[in-house]
Ligand binder design. Structure first.
Ligand SMILES: Cc1cc2nc3c(=O)[nH]c(=O)nc-3n(C[C@H](O)[C@H](O)[C@H](O)COP(=O)(O)O)c2cc1C
Length: 176
């Protein structure tokens, strides 16, 4: 069975919930999915494909996910890989502002796609420093995640991953 590892980095939980939704949707389409927080990845990280996602804070991915990529750079660069960011808030159209490091990851790892999803921010979750930062940029509180868009993206991953795995198996057959 085709396997997929979904790893996310979240400070307040909303990006982990997106990762779980992606994993659940891909699993419905016949993939053996493992969903993990970047702080607690599986011991064996050999999978047929990967989805990595991070919350965006001050224009950057969470440091632990950047470290995970450094630790597994080769494996991630030779298997199908998708990236997502979760950050923008508000009801307007998503301004797909890429976190600073994502263009470099996409290039060096050969990622198939990078998607920016809207996020969630609740005042009660934030510490004083975070509240001050939010006041400074006038960001709105609320849950702006667009689940239909997230599920659509996950369905596309399932389809592409099945195709990529079948092609890899055929290539091994041709060479053997
Ligand atoms: C202090 C602070 C800084 C943030 N900076 C950004 C940013 O630079 N770009 C962005 O798109 N979202 C930014 N956000 C919004 C978060 O990325 C968003 O709330 C996200 O959904 C949080 O994910 P989490 O619940 O997984 O931690 C910021 C939020 C806070 C509280």
């Amino acid at each position: 069975m085709t396997t997929l590892l979904v790893v996310s980095a979240s400070k307040h939980g909303s990006t982990s919930e997106i990762a779980q939704a992606i994993g659940d949707e891909v699993a419905i389409h016949g993939v053996d999915v493992t969903v993990a927080d970047v702080d607690n990845p599986p011991l064996n990280v050999e999978f047929d494909g990967y989805v990595l996602g991070s919350a965006v804070y001050a224009g950057h991915w969470v440091a632990e996910l950047r470290r995970f990529i450094d630790d597994h750079h080769h494996l991630l660069s030779v298997r199908p890989l998708w990236l997502f960011s979760s950050g923008p808030l508000g009801d307007g159209p998503t301004v797909a502002e890429e976190p600073a490091e994502v263009a470099e990851f996409t290039r060096s790892l050969g990622a198939r796609d990078h998607r920016v999803f809207k996020g969630r921010m609740e005042q009660a979750d934030l510490n004083l420093f975070e509240r001050a930062a939010v006041r400074f940029v006038h960001a709105p509180y609320g849950d702006f995640r667009q689940w239909d868009e997230i599920h659509d993206w996950a369905r596309g991953i399932a389809t592409t991953l099945h195709g990529a795995t079948a092609a890899a198996v055929a290539a091994v057959g041709d060479n053997g």
